[in-house]
Design a binder for this molecule. Structure first.
Ligand code: NOJ
Length: 483
């Protein structure tokens, strides 16, 4: 954990581990928690301060862990609870924190709560989920659509004659956040992990867990006005913030706030200290690599966030095509420029495993696809240089493996590590305020803190800029200057 005046999660570099694809300790083709333990020295060498683990809880894996059947135990194929405890201890010995994924929007249909809930209309857990009668012609209660394929967000439970809500797969029934017992159950789940030394939570579908109580139709069926995005969710986050604030050392709430309006994003921070600590910025991640567009998003974010709030930036995750392909068209110079921005902006940067290698989106042949929503190309195994036998997804890496890149000073990996080290050693880059500087077309320049200026040329033309004197910027090159 780096030292300094700000809380650790503001100074940290976060690293998302897609556990099934990171490192396999037992040769079954599925990455696991002991595999991560074996790679902690690598992560420490890279300069990582905290890991966000994709879901490790028990799951039938219809949505690869995002369909939870037991919130307080660890999936056996990932190593079980003993392996998680080992990871937390070994990571902590290196000053690395562990954040886990929390899925409060829905459970698996195999969760005992749902199995009981669907047993009868009078079941104890019936109201823990969202049930509604069919319309007179038997069709679903309203026009809400699910996010996987866009069909109805409702499935009829034949036995009890009512529909249940699922904003995702039918095997992922949505919880009813208007039910106080559901809220209490999650308080217990949060405490369970915090008491085990977990440093915080990445909250799945953070913008969507509370639904319209009256189940009103969405005015535009393609827009989730009423089946997500309700302001009532802020009560839940204010409550959770008080709960985690009771723990020392400080813990973190990091929301998957998939909203495209920055003023709405800002609201997940509450007054800057009473809701989420960090709210993911999807407009930034989904932006083209264009100086004006990116600068506009960062300026608008900076302007929208409450004073004490802290941004968080990422370029890739397990749901998006990897940034070197999606944002940079496979051009390594552009990928370096994007990474340069990620690591010089004000806010916590989050790397997705493989980002540090410049790993592009993989082409997974249809017969080897495992994800029902086609996201496998961003989830293929980490190329270490060995370490995988019959992996669950093809080792499709079109990039030099970590071991090779580590020995090559000019590699993407060494470039990334150098930037991380630079950020760590500069209080301005870690903590300083952001201020846009004037720059020629295609160049984005900004000041960080008292004495640091950053400029990145996001164009195919060489450029010149005045920072600490006149500086030349080759196409897609970036500089950090002392001013
Ligand atoms: C967002 C997660 O990141 C994604 O992988 C998952 O499919 C959905 N939420 C549903 O849980």
């Amino acid at each position: 954990m780096p030292s300094g005046g700000r809380p650790w999660w503001q100074r940290a570099l976060l690293y998302q581990v897609y556990v099934r694809s990171f490192a396999d300790s037992d040769g079954d083709g599925v990455g696991d928690l002991r595999g991560i333990v074996q790679r902690l020295d690598y992560l420490d060498w890279l300069g990582v301060d905290a890991l966000w683990l994709s879901p490790v809880t028990v799951s039938p894996d219809k949505d690869w862990g995002y369909d939870v059947a037991d919130y307080t135990d660890v999936q056996p194929v990932l190593g079980g609870m003993a392996a998680l405890d080992e990871l937390v201890a070994e990571a902590s010995a290196r000053g690395i924190e562990v954040i886990v994924d929390l899925v409060p929007n829905h459970t698996s249909d195999r969760h005992p709560w749902f199995e009981e809930a669907r047993s009868s209309r009078e079941a104890r857990h019936r109201d823990w989920y969202v049930w509604a009668d069919p319309t007179p012609d038997g069709s679903p209660p309203n026009n809400w659509r699910n996010s996987f394929g866009g069909g109805p967000a409702w499935t009829l439970d034949e036995a009890t004659g009512q529909y249940y809500l699922h904003n995702f797969l039918p095997e992922q029934p949505d919880l009813n956040w208007w039910n106080g017992d559901v809220r209490d159950a999650f308080d217990e789940i949060l405490r369970f992990w915090l008491d085990r030394g977990i440093a915080g939570f990445r909250i799945d579908v953070a913008h969507g867990i509370v639904k319209d109580r009256q189940l009103r139709n969405n005015p535009d069926p393609a827009v989730s006005t009423y089946n997500a995005n309700r302001d009532d969710v802020h009560d839940v986050f204010r409550h959770w913030r008080r709960l985690v604030d009771g723990y020392r050392p400080e813990r973190v709430l990091l929301g998957e706030t998939w909203v495209m309006e920055l003023d709405r994003l800002a609201r997940f921070y509450g007054n800057g200290e009473d809701e989420l600590h960090l709210a993911f910025n999807f407009p930034f991640a989904l932006s083209p690599l264009d100086a004006d567009v990116l600068r506009g998003i960062v300026e608008a974010t900076e302007a929208a966030l409450p004073e004490r709030a802290w941004p968080v930036w990422m370029l890739s995750n397990h749901d998006l095509a990897r940034f070197p392909t999606r944002m940079c068209g496979g051009d390594e110079r552009k990928a370096r420029a994007a990474l340069f921005l990620l690591l010089t902006l004000r806010g916590t940067p989050v790397l997705y495993y493989g980002d540090e290698l410049g790993m592009p989106q993989a082409r997974v042949p249809p017969e080897q696809e495992r994800d029902m929503a086609g996201r496998d190309g961003a989830r293929t195994p980490m190329p270490w240089n060995g370490g995988w036998t019959n992996p669950w997804l093809p080792l499709a890496a079109q990039v030099a493996p970590a071991a090779t890149q580590r020995d090559d000073d000019g590699s993407f990996l060494c470039f990334c590590r150098g930037l991380i080290a630079r950020r760590r050693s500069s209080i301005d880059l870690r903590e300083g305020l952001y201020e846009t500087l004037s720059a020629p077309a295609g160049v984005w320049a900004f000041r960080r803190g008292e004495h640091t200026a950053v400029a990145v040329n996001l164009s195919d033309e060489p450029a010149e800029i005045d920072l600490d004197g006149r500086r030349e910027l080759a196409p897609w090159d970036g500089i950090v200057a002392d001013v």
